[in-house]
Design a protein around this ligand. Structure first.
Ligand SMILES: Cc1cc2nc3c(=O)[nH]c(=O)nc-3n(C[C@H](O)[C@H](O)[C@H](O)COP(=O)(O)O)c2cc1C
Length: 253
């Protein structure tokens, strides 16, 4: 058997069925950051439990599982979080110049009050003591582990028909105070979660003309930083797959 036949045979033993693979890619390509389409429909605990369990099964450096999941349902808490957002949002507008500021001010960047549930995912950097397998030299790996939990939850939620919106426009200390998070714990993501009227087919910031999706071939280097090679067969595949992902999302719309 040549190398590629071996690779194919090995892959097929462990690969999901075509239907299951399609479902995974569908969740990935149709996941959206949701801000404005939340419905008041309650999220059943069994569904919430499934997406939180998906989050808890994320990879983590040294298996330290540094996360907690703070579930917010009360209007009082949501309003405290929203106040923290409003303060930072007003400051943020002042950081953009000219046209960008006008566009920024029109963007809806959170659904804190309207979404039935908020979930703050945190990182306890001391959870398993000062020395962690895999975090000995790159100290931020624990933070990235909690981000992996966010992404697991986000994709599982999409599969459940739930929208998720990540809100990060806060002074960290204000968010910690609003949620009673102690100083030693880092808030990673405040997520607005709920059923939605619809999912947009593409990022709202793309639609608003804020930024386009970058072409994959500009992002993939070979062997050394900055080294592009359009002759690599992989590049042709990337172009095809990006175009297919683009067509797929149009089909979803
Ligand atoms: C770390 C992080 C922080 C983000 N913070 C915000 C935010 O504060 N407000 C917001 O509206 N979207 C926020 N987003 C969502 C991004 O704007 C969104 O992911 C991006 O525009 C691409 O759109 P999509 O998620 O629908 O594909 C955040 C996303 C990430 C990953």
């Amino acid at each position: 058997m040549n190398t590629s036949a071996v690779a194919q045979a090995t892959a097929s033993v462990h690969a999901f069925t075509q239907e299951a693979r399609d479902a995974i890619y569908h969740a990935i390509f149709s996941r959206r950051d949701v801000r404005g389409q939340f419905l008041p429909t309650p999220v059943p605990d069994e569904v919430l439990s499934r997406i939180l369990t998906a989050a808890h099964h994320a990879p983590s450096v040294g298996f330290m599982q540094p996360w907690n999941f703070l579930v917010v349902r009360s209007q009082g808490t949501k309003h405290r979080v929203h106040d923290a957002f409003a303060k930072a949002h007003a400051e943020a507008a002042g950081m953009f110049e000219g046209d960008k500021r006008a566009v920024y001010q029109k963007l809806k960047l959170e659904g804190i009050i309207e979404s039935p549930i908020g979930i703050c995912i945190t990182c306890d950097r001391e959870r398993t003591g000062p020395v962690v397998v895999g975090r000995t030299h790159m100290k931020t790996m624990d933070l990235y582990s909690s981000v992996c939990a966010v992404q697991n939850l986000w994709l599982a939620a999409r599969a459940e028909g739930l929208g998720v919106g990540w809100v990060s426009i806060f002074h960290q200390a204000d968010l910690q105070e609003a949620l009673g998070i102690p100083k030693g714990i880092t808030p990673i993501a405040y997520l607005c979660v709920g059923y939605v009227s619809h999912f947009y087919d593409k990022p709202e910031l793309e639609t608003a003309g804020w930024l386009p999706r970058l072409p994959m071939e500009d992002l993939v280097y070979f062997e050394q930083w900055g080294q592009r090679d359009d002759q690599q067969p992989l590049i042709a595949h990337l172009r095809r797959d990006q175009a297919a992902a683009q067509r797929g999302r149009e089909a979803i719309a």
